[in-house]
Design a protein. Structure first.
Lengths: 168, 100
């Protein structure tokens, strides 16, 4: 009962803050609403027995990516748009967004999620620790994607440096 | 009880709101923020299904989605800064040189 109450409240906050991201005139307000949404998702990850992913979500998304976005907003000195229009194509975008939701809801309602195929239950997460479970999977079965991700980050750093130079 | 279907419907709602934001706003940075919203909704689906199926594969994939999102944030924001340096504006309506 407590879990469903918590889920409903946090889901409402997440949906409201997501809606305000698309609606605020000032991009700094949008950024703050997006941080609220990320924190709500962190609460969901803890409820889903994934505490390590909740911590990583706060550190990477709310802590690094949003700081970068707010930094760029402040650097380019973008204020409120004033009286001019800041949206376009509301009706078409609303129809398309609703269509995406209907398609996704049909997928959810039209099938059944398979039964448990693995052996990681809540008790296993409590016994071994979530970090150890992710570490075991990451360094044995998913080692190649892990190494490729490091190369991806290197390429992204080089790309960001080159794109922001004044004279290449 | 909160089943996996609740999380999947919530993720679909967040994805639809993100799509609405990408198609609606003119400011490039707000469009980028709505793209991050869509990525996060997919992360929520992955972790909910991973807990339901009892497998760690979904959470490993979320790890890599977060890595790719961070790299994309760095490069995308550098691109936005380059756009701003060129034209003093970051509204998508102003970049229409390729339009017929």
């Amino acid at each position: 009962m407590f879990e469903s109450m918590l889920f409903t409240m946090v889901a409402l906050v997440a949906i409201l803050s997501a809606f305000f991201v698309t609606k605020c005139r000032n991009p700094v307000n949008s950024a703050l609403c997006l941080v609220t949404n990320f924190l709500c998702l962190s609460v969901f990850y803890v409820m889903l027995d994934a505490p390590f992913m909740a911590a990583i979500q706060i550190m990477v998304y709310a802590g690094a990516i949003m700081v970068l976005i707010v930094f760029v907003i402040m650097l380019l000195n973008i204020g409120s748009v004033g009286k001019s229009r800041y949206t376009h194509g509301l009706l078409g975008a609303g129809v398309l967004g609703f269509l995406f939701f209907i398609i996704a809801a049909k997928f959810v309602a039209g099938g059944e999620v398979a039964n448990r195929v693995g052996n990681v239950t809540s008790q296993v997460v409590l016994d071994y620790g979530h970090t150890e479970l992710i570490g075991t999977a990451m360094f044995t079965e998913f080692l190649l994607p892990f190494e490729i991700a490091s190369i991806l980050l290197l390429v992204a750093i080089i790309g960001a440096v080159i794109l922001s130079k004044r004279k290449v | 009880m909160i089943s996996v279907y609740h999380y999947m419907i919530l993720s679909a709602i967040l994805f639809a709101i993100g799509t609405f934001g990408v198609l609606t706003r003119k400011n490039m940075i707000v469009i980028f923020m709505c793209i991050e919203l869509m990525l996060n909704s997919v992360n929520l689906t992955f972790i909910a299904l991973s807990r339901h199926l009892g497998n760690m594969d979904g959470q490993i994939f979320v790890f890599f989605v977060m890595t790719v999102a961070a790299a994309e944030a760095a490069v995308g924001l550098a691109l936005i800064i380059a756009f701003f340096r060129n034209k003093e504006s970051i509204e998508v309506d102003d970049f229409n040189l390729l339009k017929w």
